[in-house]
Design a protein around this ligand. Structure first.
Ligand code: SF4
Length: 178
């Protein structure tokens, strides 16, 4: 069985059925995403969000160092005024465990971009140095300036702005393998 199929099976076994292999060099990295982190996002300044992340150019350089990755699309009915934090934490922990499994299969570069900004702690310290869980905290794609909408659409998957609340939402994780 080839290595991609083995990783597919790890994802499926953990309940992740909606995913696609991608070329990380084609991930769209844009300055406007960074600006929208800085202005308009209530998560700005959390421990894995800007300004605690590399520059936009450094993010671009980082993705160019990879050959293979996986977009994982999660779909969940949610009310933004009553966000399903329990569900989100469960997904985060599963994704982190999968990243570890892939690393142990010999993929030393395995790295997860989580489907949400890090929310492992209830009171984030807001910087990398004092982070309470340095081993498991991971950035979101957006915090690395990824234009998630365009990247997902370019890879033939659907994603739309959620205009009604409550509604069905998509959360996107990216798992880089090698
Ligand atoms: S692990 Fe805790 S302190 Fe560290 S970035 Fe995540 S929420 Fe913040």
């Amino acid at each position: 069985m080839n290595e991609k199929i083995k990783i597919d099976n790890i994802l499926k076994t953990n309940g992740f059925l909606d995913f696609k292999w991608i070329n990380p060099k084609e991930i769209v990295v844009s300055q406007w995403v960074r600006v929208k982190c800085e202005f308009g996002c209530s998560d700005y300044g959390l421990g894995t969000c800007p300004p605690n992340t590399p520059s936009v150019q450094e993010c671009r350089d980082f993705f160019n160092e990879y050959e293979n990755g996986i977009i994982i699309r999660l779909t969940k009915s949610a009310d933004k005024n009553n966000y399903p934090t329990g569900w989100s934490k469960e997904i985060t922990n599963k994704l982190l465990d999968i990243e570890r499994l892939i690393f142990l299969k010999g993929y030393q570069k395995a790295f997860l971009f989580n489907q949400t900004c890090c929310s492992l702690c209830n009171d984030c310290t807001g910087n990398r140095i004092d982070c309470k869980d340095k081993r498991r905290s991971r950035p979101s794609p957006e915090s690395f300036a990824v234009d998630v909408y365009q990247t997902v659409r370019n890879n033939g998957m659907e994603i739309n702005v959620v205009s009604e609340n409550p509604s069905e939402m998509n959360r996107i994780a990216i798992l880089l393998t090698n």
